[in-house]
Design a protein around this ligand. Structure first.
Ligand code: AMP
Ligand code: GLY
Length: 432
């Protein structure tokens, strides 16, 4: 197949890499890609959010399928425009992408579909929002409705922090239009996991479970990031939970959207909170609650999940995109995967770019898979060009083997002010 992957991060490198592992050979393009995708595909100099230019490229070059990685082009309607041009596109239409683009919309769908999630209310007025805080207890969660690059969620430990978050969003407009509406949400206790479901508008197949590490420092300290590492499977999700997740969370959402005329195709990513027995139960009464939905593959979850998939990946994506998904489309290998992000000093705050990266070949020779997140080529060198720079994945028969393989690989890599978490998968190890 001739396939265009849209995006430039570790997720898109992993998607292109996994497509390149298929038994059948594909003709692969990535827009705009990075120094890593350039090795396995042809990079096209069009940014992911240049919707018109991507559609124009696709009309001229007639790929069999376009796989859209990031949320921004989905929310901007790239898939709708490609479909108008009769090009098969993997990813939800603009209306479907609202599951990620509007937390209010996602709550409405969950409520109509009876999906367990934290109790929440929507506000546009700061004083009404503050008055409602008394109904929630502490901690309490304040969320901007729209896309805010992962920064629009405040878990407030005190009333003063909650009021400040409300003022930041509704009065000071810190998040622009994304924060013009906010949600106050019940705090859910427990451990998070990521469920990526492949959806064809009607049917769904769950991909292997995973967990990411959102905080920047070891021991889950410091500010939230896009993700500092991941591993798959996530043992917090036991096999007996999977039917519930599919039948009571994923499929009801897909059906509710369909009822409203929205055919959801692509990845429906459910961020779940699993509350342990004995902990404070959510008002929904369920131990498994949705924290959020995303309309795309997770990053860095993808870098841990996709290397575990066997079979013909391009065909699986194509079948989902064309409404013909079958359970047999997804084959999971026995390997366990762990992924560690190498980041630029200062991330998730400000950081420098343009640092030369050393040791990539040595990392690969140690058996690690190195995905590029924020890199670019400069003559014969590879330079950093983002906060998250590389995503190093190890596969093994056990989680210990996978983690060791990832760390042994990344220890060969260096660039100025590089840092990474040393405790990826610590929760899974604690479970024994
Ligand atoms: P979101 O962007 O909605 O995934 O929120 C970002 C992070 O905030 C999540 O990954 C959780 O760690 C945390 N969070 C969001 N909502 C809640 C909640 N209701 N209870 C506890 N933690 C939450
Ligand atoms: N790793 C979290 C996300 O992709 O949203």
């Amino acid at each position: 197949m001739k396939i265009l992957v849209v995006g430039s991060g570790g997720r898109e490198h992993a998607i292109a890499w996994r497509l390149a592992q298929d038994d059948v050979r594909h003709d692969l393009y990535v827009a705009p890609g990075n120094a890593g995708t350039a090795d396995i595909a042809q990079n096209i100099a069009i940014n992911a959010e240049e919707i018109e230019n991507i559609v124009m490229w696709a009309k001229e070059n007639k790929p069999d399928m376009v796989v859209v990685g990031p949320e921004a082009p989905l929310v901007k309607g790239l898939v709708d425009k490609l479909e108008e041009a009769q090009i098969v596109a993997f990813g939800p239409c603009q209306a479907g992408a609202r599951m990620e683009g509007s937390k209010r919309f996602a709550k409405e769908i969950m409520s109509a579909a009876g999906v367990p999630t934290g109790k929440a209310q929507v506000f546009t007025d700061a004083s009404l929002a503050k008055a409602a805080l008394k109904d929630y207890g502490l901690p309490v969660v304040i969320k901007a409705d729209g896309l805010a690059a992962g920064k629009g969620v405040i878990v407030a430990e005190t009333l003063a922090q909650a009021e400040e978050a409300i003022d930041d969003m509704l009065v000071a407009n810190k998040f622009g239009s994304a924060g013009a509406q906010i949600l106050i949400e019940e705090f859910l206790e427990g451990e998070e996991c990521s469920i990526l479901a492949l959806v064809d508008g009607e049917r769904a197949v769950l991909l292997p479970t995973s967990q990411d590490h959102k905080r920047v420092f070891d021991g889950d300290k410091g500010p939230n990031t896009g993700g500092m590492g991941a591993y798959s499977p996530a043992p917090v999700v036991t096999d007996d939970m999977l039917p519930f997740i599919k039948e009571k969370i994923i499929l009801p959402v897909v059906n509710e959207l369909k009822k409203r005329g929205i055919v959801y195709r692509g990845i429906l990513y459910a961020g779940l909170m699993i509350t342990p027995e004995g902990a404070r139960k959510a008002q929904s009464g369920s131990r498994i609650n949705v924290v959020e939905f995303n309309a795309r593959f997770g990053d860095p979850e993808t870098e841990a999940v996709l290397p575990r998939l066997g079979g013909n990946f391009a065909q699986a994506l194509y079948n989902a995109a064309t409404g013909k998904l079958a359970d047999s489309d997804i084959v999971v290998k026995n390997d366990v995967a762990a992924t560690v992000i190498l980041a630029s000093g200062g991330y998730p705050g400000s950081y420098e770019k343009g640092k030369e990266i050393f040791g990539l070949a040595e990392a690969a020779s140690r058996g690690a898979i190195v995905f590029h997140c924020g890199t670019k080529s400069h003559s014969s060198t590879i330079l950093t060009s983002g906060g998250r720079v590389l995503s190093v994945t190890g596969l093994g028969a056990t989680l210990r083997e996978a983690v060791d393989k990832a760390y042994s690989g990344l220890e060969a890599i260096s660039f100025d002010k590089m840092f990474y978490r040393r405790d990826i998968a610590h929760r899974a190890f604690k479970r024994g």
